[in-house]
Design a protein around this ligand. Structure first.
Ligand code: ZN
Length: 212
């Protein structure tokens, strides 16, 4: 399984040498690949290059006794992805989906300033959109401890907080900058036109907020 995945990553690496500056990773979770493929079909390839993980990990939470292995597998896969990013890649967008929650999409990033810019960029480009977007700041245990010590208001930036399950060197990197997207669907599978449209809108807002 790991070898099969590595082989695919190496094949993808040669394709990525001519990629756009923004790379969209699809299929980290195998249950979400069908949705990722639909989004990839609609991408403007001059601006975005998809990076397809053909045999991703399961998105389902493991039993407690398998949690450690599950986290290790995630860490390995993300390390491999990061290792395969070409030098000219400035933005890495990690696309996920799951079943409907209280929002239409969540946008994850380590930098509160970038989250503000993404949100502004979205509302400037799509002023009529009624999509419910949540911006989520990725934080480490060390950040939380530091804030506890200094009594700094964790929520001062106005974003929700989340501790990611991927290596900090990936999500805190500035080149390529890491942005995670979680798009909420009504049904499992490929999603529907409105989900793909919203995803493309968010991708363009993220790209322009970070690269323009
Ligand atoms: Zn996922």
């Amino acid at each position: 399984m790991i070898w099969q995945r590595l082989k695919q990553l190496f094949q993808a690496e040669s394709e990525l040498q001519n990629s756009a500056e923004t790379i969209v990773v699809i299929g980290v979770h195998k249950e979400e690949l069908a949705f990722g493929d639909e989004v990839a079909r609609h991408l403007d390839r001059t601006l975005f290059s998809p990076f397809r993980i053909a045999s991703g990990l399961s998105a389902r939470r493991p039993r407690t006794d398998q949690l450690e292995q599950y986290l290790t597998n995630h860490e390995q896969l993300y390390t491999q992805i990061a290792d395969h990013m070409p030098a000219h890649c400035k933005l890495l967008i990690d696309l996920h989906c799951r079943l409907k929650a209280e929002a239409d999409a969540d946008i994850f990033c380590a930098s509160p300033d970038l989250l503000n810019r993404i949100s502004e960029s979205f509302h400037t480009r799509f002023p009529k959109s009624d999509a419910r977007l949540r911006t989520i700041r990725m934080v480490s245990d060390a950040d939380l401890c530091e804030w506890d010590d200094t009594h700094e208001d964790k929520h001062a930036s106005g974003h929700l907080l989340s501790k990611p399950e991927l290596p900090e060197v990936v999500w805190r990197a500035t080149r390529p900058a890491y942005v995670g997207l979680e798009i909420y669907l009504d049904h499992e599978g490929r999603g529907e036109q409105e989900n793909w449209d919203l995803t493309l809108q968010i991708l363009s807002a993220v790209r322009s907020a970070i690269l323009d």
